[in-house]
Design a protein around this ligand. Sequence first.
Ligand code: TXA
Ligand code: MG
Length: 338
Amino acid sequence: MVTKVFKITGNQKFDSEIIKQAAAILEKGGLVAFPTETVYGLGADALNISAVKKIYKAKQRPSSNPLICHVDSLEMAKKLAVRVPVVFNSLAAKFMPGPLTLLMEKSKAVPTIITAGASKVSVRIPNHKVALALIKALGRAIVAPSANISGRTSPTSAEHVLEDLDGRIDAIIDAGSTTVGVESTVLDITKVPAVIFRPGGVTKEQLEKVIGKVKLYKKTDTEITPSPGMSLKHYSSKSELILVKPDKKSLEAQVSKIKAAVGIMLPRGWDIKLPENSVVYNVGIWGNWKQVASKLFAGLRYLDSQNVNFIICPMPEDRGLGSALRDRLTRASYKDEK
Ligand code: TXA
Ligand code: MG
């Protein structure tokens, strides 16, 4: 299969023609990757079961891992749920459209393949005009996981998507790099207090300002995971990722220990001694988590492309967006116990 690349130009007439063509591909049961504010998604018509099956195949994603429904309005979101919890409206008023995905009891209209057999559906309104225009043109929900091969780093540009999925999907709409750079926060609002399954673009602190206490889901050994994408190993780079204490001295000490080719996720302005076989990626101003988030996945992919054996990254603080970054980095560095 040849993957068609549609480039958004900024010319309204031309771009709306692109959206029409991309929606027609979805209508026919094809797969179209598209940008959201977080990462690129791999879209299919949510009501077309054979199209949804193609997503799992293209991504090599286990069928036990459910998909997020992307909608363009609160009305469309509410139709997917059998009951809308009271906190929905206040969260929606504050964070939708935006990087927040809400779990609710699903209505009959939602095919169980999307929820991987579970009773809850996940819904979000992406804050990106291309994504919204595509949903509007199709006229119903688009399911979309991140547009990467399962287990790999999420794509924040069209190039990243093509790296993983060229030839495996019908089309991609290229609108440049995404802005947030880390995936949406997945929040189960059927529980009181609500439970964060995946920290992401909307922080725990922001949520608590609107709905009070929120819990962070922690996997226990005995429990069957209610959000299968939250398994420990995920978001991997190809090179082995080593996390270090976030100070210049610790970073320099770790770098000097490694004799093989090493990639360094280097905060701006940290002048450390660099060995000869090192490659550096500037992750932005340390502490400006918004900026670091927008560069994190691109940095991991870039250093991977430089064929380094190891990537070293300082660990962000457990606060605000920093918590989501710690989550992704911890999963990416997780080693299976043999
Ligand atoms: O920012 C995002 O959320 C991006 C963009 C494209 O919207 N999408 C994304 O999708 O990251 P995905 O499939 O890569 O990650 C969704 C996560 C997975 O960990 C999945 O297990 C969880 O959300 N999830 C989705 N639906 C669920 C459900 N019904 N119940 C429990 N967990 C769910
Ligand atoms: Mg993903």
